[in-house]
Design a protein around this ligand. Structure first.
Ligand code: ATP
Length: 249
């Protein structure tokens, strides 16, 4: 990524420093909101306690998420300012492998920021980015927060929402959508209402969902198995236990 600074990969906090740099660059480019900086700090604290690794139950969740995206009629990957700043190319690749649409969907919505994120995704290979039409609404939310594309998230049966706000995650669930949520806090409302809560850093989660999707592609039995064997409550409990135990590796 051209915005990346020259950090030595041997640095013990390499991933964390890179992440911070990308978020900072995202704010400078008008992609990430200033609130996004705070959200990142919150996420980092949980990631530190998880040992900055993908725990086994999160890997199961990532496999189940891949299976849901592949077996959906109309899957959509929602992109906010933090997700775009951290994993733009990886999001484009995931959408390609699973046949999902990419839709920019912001909590603090401005046309400029949506356009900047769409452009950034195009620079990373996206051909069609939704989110600018905003002709659909999520019931139960105030006007600005309710906006979605009618033929994108509005029509989706499965939505992957990284770092989603709790109210919106709840409202999307009430619309009957299968929600795949990436959030490092197992007690966040978004994680609690998700069909598949993925308690992992988006930096690790997106490439791993793509790897599982490559593996599961063309195998409906394996997809069904990944979905049926995943248990959201035990994944949340496992992540919380890991964080509380603090047995860092
Ligand atoms: P709630 O979901 O309980 O309403 P919130 O929306 O108020 O919480 P914020 O601080 O706005 O919480 O959201 C940020 C959420 O995103 C936090 O739960 C944080 O753990 C998570 N998060 C931040 N950075 C990352 C990341 N890189 N990968 C995964 N999750 C992250």
């Amino acid at each position: 990524m051209s915005e990346d600074v020259d950090l030595p990969e041997s640095h013990p906090r390499y991933e964390s420093l890179l992440t911070r740099h990308r978020i900072e660059a995202g704010v400078d480019r008008g992609i990430t909101s200033r609130q996004g900086l705070i959200a990142q700090g919150r996420g980092e604290a949980f990631d530190y306690l998880l040992g900055e690794r993908t725990i086994d139950s999160a890997d199961d969740a990532e496999r189940a998420a891949a299976a849901h995206l592949l077996s959906a009629e109309h899957p959509v990957v929602s992109v906010n300012g933090n997700a775009a700043a951290l994993v733009p190319g990886e999001l484009v690749e995931l959408a390609e492998v699973t046949g999902a649409d990419l839709e920019v969907n912001l909590f603090n919505r401005t046309e400029e920021r949506i356009e900047a994120i769409a452009e950034y995704l195009r620079e990373h290979g996206a051909t069609d980015v939704k989110g600018l039409t905003a002709d659909g609404r999520i019931p139960g939310l105030d006007h600005e927060r309710a906006k979605v594309d009618a033929d994108g998230i509005g029509a989706a049966d499965v939505v992957l929402v990284p770092l989603e706000d709790g109210d919106r995650a709840e409202a999307l669930g009430e619309m009957g959508k299968t929600e795949l949520v990436i959030d490092l806090n197992p007690q966040s409302r978004s994680a609690e209402v998700a069909t598949v809560p993925i308690i992992d850093n988006i930096i690790r989660a997106i490439p791993n969902i793509t790897a599982h999707a490559r593996d599961l592609r063309g195998d409906p039995d394996a997809q069904r198995d990944a979905i049926d064997t995943f248990d959201a409550d035990s994944a949340l409990t496992d992540a919380e236990r890991t964080i509380r135990a603090g047995d860092l590796e």
